[in-house]
Design a protein around this ligand. Structure first.
Ligand code: SAH
Ligand code: SF4
Length: 466
């Protein structure tokens, strides 16, 4: 979501003359878009700010200024505390206030011009350059749609936030506090943005939300539409080849959404459905509101709807009170589900969440040991999944030129990076690709060459060129 948010901030600033640069030294403005989900991500902000300040000092020696802003969930959670710890920060903007960035920057420019760093920071606090208001989904009405050039530069796949915030309050998680209550964008607004992306050449859209399958947006007639319904409407957009969504909560996998996996060919057979732990006792302590049996039942139903479905997940090890037996159950659920990929984390205490106050915290060394064991298992599964793809023909969206001449790079339905030899004219098309080898991080394939598929592929590319 931070990738999406950063792009939207860039879009908001483009009409004001800003363009992105990959060289920090040449930046007039640096926005550090931050994540608060785990302590490590949060702490990184302050070390980055130290580094940025050195670059700013070097620029000042050459008579140039650099404005530094902190955005994202650390900005939301820490607010003015950031300016107290890092007095050189010019502005602090929470995730719901991005549409106000141009104003805030203009304000910061006039307030800080001619002032020393410390005075500027004091002026920033005084003049309200810390904007962490929660005005709901208002920002989406004010953020401009991405410009065509920007969308093209970002490639053929795009993120699109449809839902923000969360009402679930899992006891480990800071999201409900930093991103606020659940808000869904109206259906028409989502469709407009999606059409704009497709007009600019996007072929695959991933719908985003902290709890994306809790989506319940209003359509033009005022009816409430769930994620399944939204996917149906998006699938009607000509030129859009693929749809995905992330991240989902098991209790929000409703019948319409599950049926959408059966009925919408554009919806990729790959589902990120975090379970966090394999132990019912820990799930209860985490306030996850479902059991392992419920989770397995959801997977069974999704696979019945779409038999080629592959699963992905998130796991937390070392939640307070997690015993060896609880952890063994986590290993067990991983073995049982057989994930195509999974993200594994050590439990990180987040101030203000119920988990932080629990007195049965797991020692750090034990968390590390469990994480390594879980990662081993997950890596083995991921490799096995890649290896099992060898010999299969998968539809690959060809996205870009590869590293070597004559090579293209793309993505399988399961988000695997695929490399193959193919002409550049096929970029932007979906091709049947026979997988011939699987490495650790990518798979290799060749375009299916039997006469029938070849003529079908050529047709597709001609349509794309036209
Ligand atoms: N809404 C999604 C998760 C969004 S947060 C869900 O309910 O599954 C993304 C992931 O970050 C979570 O799935 C969880 O695995 C991890 N995470 C969140 N808080 C954490 C914490 N305090 N410590 C470690 N990992 C955490
Ligand atoms: Fe956090 Fe997901 Fe739980 Fe919401 S459902 S509180 S985002 S882990």
């Amino acid at each position: 979501m931070n990738v999406y948010d950063s792009e939207r901030m860039t879009d908001a600033l483009a009409p004001h003359g800003y363009e992105t640069t990959t060289e920090l030294e040449s930046a007039d403005l640096v926005l550090l878009n931050t994540c608060h989900i785990r302590e490590k991500a949060s702490e990184k902000v302050f070390s980055e700010l130290g580094r940025l300040n050195e670059i700013r000092e070097a620029r000042r020696a050459n008579g140039q200024e650099m404005m530094i802003g902190v955005t994202g969930c650390v900005a939301q959670a820490e607010g003015e505390e950031i300016i107290r710890r890092a007095p050189d920060v010019d502005l602090v903007v929470g995730p719901q206030a991005y549409h106000r960035l141009p104003d805030l920057i203009a304000k910061a420019t006039t307030r800080t011009r001619g002032l020393g760093a410390r005075e500027a920071a004091a002026a920033a606090t005084r003049s309200g350059l810390v904007d962490t208001d929660f005005p709901g989904a208002e920002k989406f009405e004010h953020l401009p749609l991405p410009r065509r050039e920007a969308t093209i530069a970002r490639g053929l796949t795009a993120f699109l936030t449809v839902q923000e915030g969360c009402d679930k309050f899992c006891s480990f998680c800071v999201v409900p506090y930093t991103r606020g209550a659940e808000v869904s964008r109206p259906v028409e607004q989502v469709l407009r943005e999606a059409r704009g992306l497709v007009d600019a050449g996007v072929r695959e859209i991933t719908l985003l939300g902290q709890n994306v399958n809790a989506y319940h947006g209003h359509d033009a007639k005022g009816a409430v539409v769930g994620l399944g319904g939204l996917l149906h409407r998006l699938a009607e957009i000509d030129g859009l080849a693929r749809l995905r969504y992330t991240t989902s909560h098991p209790t929000d996998m409703d019948d319409t959404l599950i049926a959408a996996h059966r009925d919408i060919a554009k919806l990729m057979p790959y589902l990120h459905l975090p379970v966090q732990s394999g132990s019912d006792a820990i799930l209860k302590a985490m306030n996850r509101r479902h059991t392992i049996a419920d989770y397995l039942k959801v997977i069974e139903r999704v696979k019945a709807a779409r038999p080629d479905m592959a699963m992905s997940g998130d796991f937390i090890v070392g939640f307070p009170g997690e015993t060896d037996a609880d952890f063994e159950q986590t290993l067990q659920i991983v073995r049982e589900v057989g994930y195509a990929s999974a993200y594994t984390f050590k439990y990180s205490i987040r101030p203000g969440t119920p988990g932080a106050g629990m007195d049965n915290q797991v020692p750090e060394a034990l968390k590390t040991e469990r994480l390594l064991r879980l990662q081993d298992l997950v890596t083995t599964q991921m490799r096995a999944f890649g290896a099992a793809c060898v010999g299969r023909t998968l539809d690959v969206l060809l996205e870009r030129k590869g590293r070597f001449p004559g090579q293209l790079g793309g993505r399988s339905p399961y988000l695997q990076a695929v490399h193959l030899e193919a002409p550049e004219s096929l970029i932007g098309t979906v091709q049947p690709v026979e997988i011939v080898a699987a490495g650790n991080n990518s798979i290799q394939g060749k375009i299916v060459t039997d006469l029938e598929s070849k003529s079908a592929s050529l047709n597709v590319s001609i349509v794309a060129v036209a």
